[in-house]
Ligand binder design. Structure first.
Ligand code: AMP
Length: 895
């Protein structure tokens, strides 16, 4: 027979290997399955005719259970008409049923020498009947459902690579009235494998609402609503006849009427459908006067599938207490109410203003419930930026600046503040000037010298943020007069630079804070503390509990109630008794550094207590503690957008620090704190910190103490700490975030890490890491520090990814298994394997479930994992994808 050349290979190439998720049989609670070939144990018993047409085959699924399917591939001969008919499928009272088929289809062009009669479609039919034992149905009796084409066919190359494209199509048939029906598949000359067939109908599941019970109701024939009368639950009586409609897609709609408790009874909510719980894990990504809010769906959907969100906006006074609804000029994209996705962009906010957003989850029964809607609150403060400069005029000893006010100031602008200093001299000396106008001429400057300028606005509401740094050079005509040709070149360069600078400035760039002043530049360190930290009266602090151990004493949480301010939660670091004067200075240096910063991603200093003992530093309280511990505790529980949101926050804080000229030197997840809104803030600013405090820090050959795994090679080698070396550390923090607190370079020794980095080795992408993020990490780990991105670039890149989440879909292919240091090839027991992937806590679960050898775990399914007690989605994902890696390595796999 002409088809023989292709036939024997069918078994091997038409059926894709099903991944666990494809083979997983978890269906929504409102779908009732009438037939599922994936779970059929025995022969499907379908009729195929003629005999050389469809052929039943049995293959193993990922759990090693046999799976029935049919295939046909008579592409070499014209005039094919091959039928395959199911057994009688009882409709179980449903008027409308859905048919979901999964199949693969071979691309005709990819089959060598096939005639033009080769097809790439097949037809699906049905025939209604009360008789479950029909042995013959005439072709003309069938009613056609549809011609089915593949969204994705596959080619020979795909076969070679075992890349099989599995298609899923769903069709429905309506208005069924007989006891059941038969389905038929007609092949007219294609090369198809029908991998699975599922037939189901939808129902509105039993619901109790307004004390009335509505029974499980099968959806209507067409898309018509089915009206259902509810019956009052025990001990209640009709107030108004309760009714609801069951919609075609299995949801309850439009509740009318209600029952009320008989006198002497109270409502017991346990069996009712309920409004959803509050949305969770909100994050805010602030961009000047716009903010993107994102959150996770409520843990409890109230037993319904129709949760939507609304966002309420309130503008708050500085005390945080008095809030009023936002004006209508604030815009919400895509909309404010009835959001179906957990994300909204809010634009046109006032600058330098506190806003409080409440995100509310509601479902179809929320309006019927007397309980207030569950919400989660996000507070933000917008920034207020002055965009310098529209024009500038220079002489040899003066520079004139002009600027624009902020776009939407929060109140009337009282004055502008201009700060300037000689380039590279900011630690020594800077000058602050004030004006009510939009221009200023700064005089008394040195000729031929570059100065850095920044401008910020003050309204009744306080100071806004500084605009970006502007570098301007005074002219050096005197020097030119000497006739030095090099000086002429310098001038030409500086003029060209000036033009470029002007273009750059007109492009209006943004935000940063004051320039950082190193406490050591003060002769009297106590003066630095007085300048940058507010003295707090100890009686306003209430210490509640110990939350950690710092270098100088314990860290506690508690409350701070300043006069005419609302009470806030704070963290309190105290200096233990018996300290030396140097220890006191070092301890307080953290406050005099932190007190210079004002940014939503930098831990905020509330003040210090120095006039009585113990000496204390009071900061805002970060409910979720340090990022590394937090991530380990919530392994696998965040969406990639949430993780990117955290990274974005850290990058934004670091941009601010680098704009201020502050080099952190110990950026690591353990030094990031996380609050209840998942906002990450950079912390740990002590002067002695890198030297003594960090347990990760190790002595280098040059005597300094450095956290090797987080530190750039030039900083390890010759202590070249710069914002570019902070960028290297930031790349490591990204890696820590995506791997949920994994230790960078695992158990490699510090010496091996230094050697490996020098030889060009870089950390591989963690499991499930989007390719773009790993690429960004690799950019941060460029050997040459000039080639690393700046924090501003990183923030922009992450913003783009957040705006376009599709860009995160492509995953980096590598996994921990590609790391040469992980002992993947030497894993021989289940326990070892679990330890390697950091899932050692499940050893007992695996042992109890009988998984004692590595061979046995290769076919574990998701539902088995759940059954044995691995219920966290992140952990399931981690385990299953590691099993896939084992498959990919070919270890012990019998296909
Ligand atoms: P540190 O001395 O800054 O490293 O603080 C020691 C530990 O105290 C940290 O690892 C945190 O767990 C905790 N901690 C410090 N500051 C705060 C804060 N502002 N909010 C919550 N926990 C904090």
């Amino acid at each position: 027979m002409a088809t023989l050349w292709i036939y024997p290979s069918l078994l091997f190439f038409l059926l894709p290997s099903l991944t666990p998720s494809q083979a997983l049989r978890n269906y929504p609670e409102n779908e009732v399955t009438l037939l599922d070939t994936m779970s059929a144990l025995g022969d499907l018993g379908w009729e195929a005719y003629p005999a050389e047409g469809w052929e039943e085959i049995s293959v193993m699924d990922e759990r090693n259970t046999p799976m029935r399917s049919y295939q046909v591939c008579n592409v070499m001969e014209a005039n094919q008409n091959n039928w395959l008919r199911t057994r009688h499928i009882p409709r179980d009272g449903a008027q409308r049923v859905y048919i979901e088929i999964k199949f693969t289809l071979r691309d005709c062009n990819s089959l060598p020498g096939v005639p033009g009669t080769c097809k790439e479609t097949f037809n699906m039919y049905y025939y209604e009947s009360n008789n479950p034992n029909l042995w013959f149905i005439k072709e003309s009796q069938y009613i056609k459902i549809d011609t089915i084409a593949a969204d994705e066919s596959f080619t020979q190359t795909d076969v070679g690579d075992r890349v099989m494209k599995l298609n899923t199509e769903v069709r429905d048939i309506s208005n069924l009235s007989k006891k059941g029906f038969y389905l038929a598949f007609q092949d007219v000359g294609a090369c198809i494998a029908l991998v699975s067939l599922r037939v189901f109908y939808k129902k509105c599941p039993l619901a109790v609402l307004n004390l009335a019970q509505f029974p499980d109701t099968v959806t209507g024939g067409d898309s018509a609503l089915v009206e259902v009368r509810g019956s009052c639950v025990n001990d209640s009586e009709e107030f108004e006849a309760p009714r609801m409609y069951c919609s075609g897609d299995g949801g309850w709609l439009v509740p009318i009427g209600r029952c009320v408790c008989k006198s002497g009874f109270e409502e017991n909510k346990d069996h009712c459908q309920r409004p959803p719980s509050a949305p969770e894990n909100p994050i805010s990504i602030l961009n000047d006067t716009s903010v993107t809010l994102e959150w996770s769906p409520p843990r409890d959907s109230g037993g319904r599938g129709d949760v939507i969100y609304s966002v309420h906006c309130r503008k708050c006074a500085g005390d945080g207490k008095t809030c009023t609804p936002c004006s209508t000029s604030v815009h919400f994209v895509p909309r404010q109410f009835g959001l179906s996705i957990p994300k909204v962009l809010i634009t046109d906010l006032l600058s330098n203003t506190n806003y409080s957003f409440s995100i509310e989850a509601v479902n179809g029964v929320s309006d019927l419930s007397p309980t207030p809607k569950q919400q989660v609150i996000v507070n933000i403060t917008t920034s207020q930026t002055v965009n310098v400069i529209l024009k500038e005029r220079k002489s040899k000893d003066s520079i004139t600046l002009a600027w624009q006010g902020p776009d939407r100031p929060n109140g009337v602008i009282v004055e502008y503040e201009v700060i300037y200093y000689e380039k590279n001299q900011r630690d020594q000396n800077y000058t602050v000037l004030k004006t009510k106008g939009h221009t200023m001429t700064v005089e008394g400057l040195k000729p031929g010298t570059t100065y850095v300028f920044r401008v910020r606005a003050r309204t009744d509401g306080g100071y806004g943020n500084y605009g970006g740094e502007i570098e301007l050079e005074t002219s050096h005509e005197d020097m030119l007069a000497i006739g030095d040709p090099n000086q002429a070149t310098i001038l030409a360069v500086s003029i060209a630079g000036g033009i470029v600078l002007l273009i750059f400035l007109v492009a209006c760039f943004v935000v940063s804070g004051r320039t950082y002043i190193h406490p050591h530049t003060y002769e009297d360190p106590n003066q630095a503390v007085r300048d940058f930290a507010k003295e707090i009266d100890a009686s306003t602090i209430r210490i509640e509990r110990v939350i950690g151990a710092g270098e100088f004493g314990e860290v506690c949480s508690g409350r701070l109630k300043l006069p005419s301010k609302r009470e806030i939660y704070v963290a309190i670091k105290s200096l233990k008794a018996g300290y030396s004067e140097k220890q006191r200075r070092d301890f307080l240096s953290e406050a005099s550094i932190m007190g210079q910063f004002d940014h939503p991603n930098i831990i905020r200093l509330e003040g210090v207590v120095t006039r009585c003992k113990p000496v204390m530093i009071i900061t805002e309280y970060m409910e979720n503690g340090s990022l590394d511990t937090f991530l380990k505790k919530h392994d696998g529980q965040f969406t990639i957008i949430q993780l990117v949101g955290m990274m974005r926050g850290i990058a934004s804080g670091m941009k601010y620090l680098s704009d201020m000229g502050y080099v952190h030197r110990d950026l690591a997840a353990r030094n990031i704190l996380v609050n209840s809104n998942l906002v990450c803030k950079v912390s740990d600013f002590g002067l002695s910190r890198v030297l003594e405090d960090d347990p990760e820090a190790a002595y280098t050959t040059r005597g300094g103490k450095i956290p090797i795994r987080w530190t750039a090679p030039e900083a390890i080698a010759y202590r070249k700490f710069t914002s570019a070396s902070d960028v290297w550390s930031y790349g490591i923090v990204m890696w820590e975030v995506i791997s949920y607190g994994e230790r960078p370079y695992w158990e490699m020794s510090n010496q091996d890490v230094i050697k490996a980095i020098d030889e060009g080795y870089r950390l591989p992408a963690p499991m499930d890491c989007p390719l773009v993020l790993h690429q960004l990490m690799l950019d941060c780990w460029e050997k040459s520090r000039g080639e690393r991105p700046k924090f501003g670039n990183i923030v922009n890149t992450l913003d783009k990814l957040i705006r376009n989440p599709n860009s995160l879909k492509e995953l980096a292919n590598s996994s921990v298994w590609e790391d040469p240091t992980t002992p993947e090839f030497s894993v021989t027991t289940v326990d070892e394997w679990l330890d390697t992937i950091n899932m050692g806590q499940y050893k007992d679960n695996f042992a109890t479930a009988g998984y004692v050898s590595l061979d046995a775990i290769l076919y574990i399914s998701l539902s088995e994992l759940s059954k044995m007690g691995v219920t966290l989605v992140g952990h399931q994902k981690k385990i299953l994808s590691s099993i896939q890696s084992l498959h990919a390595q070919g270890t012990h796999v019998q296909v």
